[in-house]
Design a protein around this ligand. Structure first.
Ligand SMILES: [Fe+2]
Ligand SMILES: [Fe+2]
Length: 264
């Protein structure tokens, strides 16, 4: 049971806070927003899932933010306790710091899709252990608590995926529901306003409505308490339904580049 009210947290959030921000907390399990508070419209979020003595980083980030993220992790647990990096696709803003993590902590496992892993090797790390989310769609912590990996094909990479945490019921959505924003808030307060910010990203990056609608359909079985994207604001439960509608009706990517010509 989460004692943190995300809407209230968003209202109180002050970006000068010099500590990690818990988004979910119960006896054994916690989810933190680690930042990164860069002054950019294209800011990147990194999250940490802690379960007992285990910890996984979600969307670890670029090399430029490695020391900051490691410092933030160290405010919660010793960084060597991070046992895995969940890398939802290979873009440098998501994945490049894996090189730095593996240099310091070579035991870390990379949790990613087969297609992503083929490209990750080009960052230069080769001898790491890797868990394929396609072959292992469920990750079980020592406590028995589970994460479920949900493929998100062509959103925007063919091998992209999201992660659903069965305990917090948070969906770590990577670039899906990402937003570009100069007036960033930690938590979405006005969903109508937020649509324009998501459009700035989705119209160009996401493949097509077939992909976005198909992904929404695949999420139907999951109870989602909040959406935690890699860019922009956290979408709290009260807007999750609207977020699904947004993707379901989105006209993007190839729909715009090659509009359907009904006259042949
Ligand atoms: Fe990306
Ligand atoms: Fe991204």
């Amino acid at each position: 049971m989460n004692t943190i009210d995300l809407v209230e947290l968003g209202r109180m959030f002050n970006n000068t806070w010099e500590k990690p921000t818990p988004l979910f907390q119960d006896d054994q399990h916690a989810v933190y927003w680690l930042g990164v508070p860069e002054p950019s419209a294209f800011r990147c979020n990194t999250y940490l899932i802690v379960d007992g003595q285990e910890a996984l980083l979600v969307d670890p980030g670029g090399r430029g933010s490695f020391e900051f993220v490691r410092m933030r992790v160290g405010q919660i647990i010793p960084p060597h306790k991070v046992s895995g990096l969940i890398v939802c696709h290979q873009d440098p803003d998501v994945a490049a710091s894996m090189v730095d993590w593996l240099t310091l902590y070579p035991e870390i496992r990379i949790i990613t899709s087969i297609r992503t892993n083929i490209l990750l090797r080009h960052y230069g790390s080769r001898d790491y252990s890797y868990i394929s989310i396609n072959e292992n769609p469920v990750y079980t912590f020592e406590s028995g608590k589970r994460l479920k990996f949900l493929e998100a094909p062509f959103l925007h990479f063919p091998g992209a995926f999201a992660t659903w945490d069965e305990t917090s019921k948070f969906l770590f959505s990577g670039d899906v529901w990402a937003a570009i924003d100069t007036e960033w808030r930690l938590v979405v307060e006005d969903f109508c306003n937020h649509i324009a910010k998501m459009n700035l990203f989705h119209l160009d990056y996401m493949a097509s409505n077939i992909a976005t609608r198909g992904f929404v359909k695949s999420l139907v079985p999951y109870d989602i308490n909040a959406i935690l994207p890699q860019h922009g604001s956290v979408i709290p439960k009260k807007f999750v339904h609207k977020a699904m509608e947004y993707l379901e009706n989105l006209v993007c990517g190839l729909d715009l580049i090659y509009p359907r010509d009904d006259n042949g």
